[in-house]
Design a protein. Structure first.
Length: 454
């Protein structure tokens, strides 16, 4: 074989490999906007054909019965959620959950069929909390789920464990690597589309509340305190959004101002903003609190429980189940369980007190002072309890001044506790923390102090 022939063969092979990473035509571009360049999402019809059957909702179980007459909580023993439904509607819902979550295992997946009142199976305890979580999402997170809502099927799709869950990644072993902390990079993972980006973009943003925005408002880094490492985590999360919804950046962003002002971007950007906070809240308030309930084989490498992300509901579709409004057939999932259901409150309500200050002030006033009184009462009744106090400040303005104000607010809370008789060694101050930039205008969460009970 001549040198030219070998060169030509190698060149053709390189072209084939290059094209293998592209979408094989034909593809369907869908225009998403008119105010930027290339504002379109490109869909592969073969991929869509595979996704459509996976995102079809099951048939509704039949019409609701009357809710008059004896309630499930009166007829059955140990009913802590949905006990205000009539027996017929309660059984309708239980049959639906079985079809959504454990069609093969049946009722025995959550219940001791010899004694349905028994709570010995951890899955029963988890199921109650998940019902509360579903009600919370539908009632309080309409800016993200709208009137469509969610049900157990949205995530489970007929499986006891949802297909799309995540655990906090195990920490990098720094002892055997001269580079030090790899930050989860160069370990290909599907969470970031097999790229070299950090493979756990969820812990910083969907469990913790690290600042996501990394773009500055000017060409030079004036006032932009974001690091390259933060940018890598942010783009890892953006990659997850794209793969989870089957879209590209233009679904939420205008290409002429990605990371810029909110005006001029598609409305999905605001929906996504609420979605991040919704997922973060349910992870912390409903799932982390179940850590001691789950057995070891259901936990991750660091001993944490499974948590949700965008893929848990969307599973490749721009809207879960392509927007099928399943929740309307189950109105009991659209509002909170009534008080007295016997379940503990969400984790944040049980272990955290949030105190808000007025703009520019380090003094608690009015209703917020009452919250401090309640905190003192809790700590007095629980003498072994300790607290960590964290003051938050705005992401805009002078950093030093903001941090000083946040510190003074935290000191004010600490001094108020010790003045009320709480021992100083029970109160720990944390460093001032920056609140994430709000959509627009002044943000109350940027002038809060969080007191976490331990």
């Amino acid at each position: 074989m001549s040198r030219i022939t070998r060169f030509t063969t190698a060149a053709l092979a390189a072209v084939v490999l290059l094209l293998a990473g592209c979408e094989r035509p034909p593809v369907d571009p869908v225009q998403r906007g008119y105010r930027g360049t290339g504002m379109e999402v490109v869909y592969n019809p073969r991929t869509v054909a595979e996704q459509v059957p996976k995102n079809q909702p099951p048939a509704p179980p039949g019409p609701l019965a009357s809710n008059d007459g004896p309630k499930a909580g009166q007829v059955y023993q140990n009913v802590k959620v949905l006990g205000d439904l009539s027996v017929a509607n309660f059984n309708r819902h239980m049959a639906s959950i079985t079809a959504w979550v454990s069609p093969e295992q049946g009722c025995a997946y959550c219940h001791n069929v010899q004694n349905f009142a028994d709570d010995s199976l951890y899955t029963k305890v988890v199921a109650r909390r998940m019902l509360q979580m579903t009600q919370k999402i539908n009632a309080d997170w309409k800016p993200h789920v709208a009137a469509t809502g969610v049900t157990c099927y949205t995530c489970h799709r007929g499986k006891p464990v949802p297909a799309q869950i995540w655990f906090t990644a195990d920490t990098t072993d720094r002892k055997s690597n001269f580079i030090g902390n790899l930050n989860g990079q160069n370990t290909p993972a599907r969470t970031v589309a097999l790229s070299s980006l950090p493979n756990d973009p969820f812990t910083p943003y969907l469990l913790e509340a690290k600042p996501i925005r990394v773009n500055g408002n000017t060409a030079l880094p004036t006032g932009n305190r974001s690091s390259i490492q933060q940018a890598e985590h942010t783009f890892g999360l953006m990659t997850h959004f794209s793969t989870s919804l089957g879209v590209n950046c233009t679904y939420c962003h205008n290409t002429r101002q990605i990371g810029g002002e909110w005006d001029g971007n598609p409305p999905q950007l605001v929906t996504a903003w609420h979605g991040i906070r919704m997922v973060r809240e349910v992870n912390n308030d409903y799932l982390v609190g179940l850590t001691d309930v789950f057995p070891a084989h259901r936990k991750g490498p660091t001993g944490d429980v499974a948590k949700v992300n965008c893929a848990s509901c969307h599973q490749g579709a721009f809207k879960p189940l392509y927007g099928a409004p399943m929740a309307k057939d189950f109105p009991e999932l659209l509002s909170y369980a009534k008080p007295g259901d016997g379940l503990p409150p969400p984790l944040s309500e049980a272990t955290r007190s949030v105190l808000y200050f007025n703009v520019g002030s380090a003094t608690l006033e009015g209703e917020q002072a009452k919250g401090l009184v309640q905190l003192v009462a809790t700590m007095t009744a629980q003498p072994a309890t300790k607290v960590t106090i964290s003051g938050y400040h705005s992401a805009s303005g002078d950093l030093a001044s903001n941090q000083e104000l946040a510190k003074n607010r935290a000191l004010n809370v600490r001094d108020s506790l010790t003045a009320a008789g709480i021992a100083a060694e029970r109160v720990v101050l944390d460093k001032p923390l920056q609140a994430e930039a709000n959509i627009a205008g002044e943000d109350p969460v940027a002038r809060r102090v969080e007191v976490t009970l331990k």
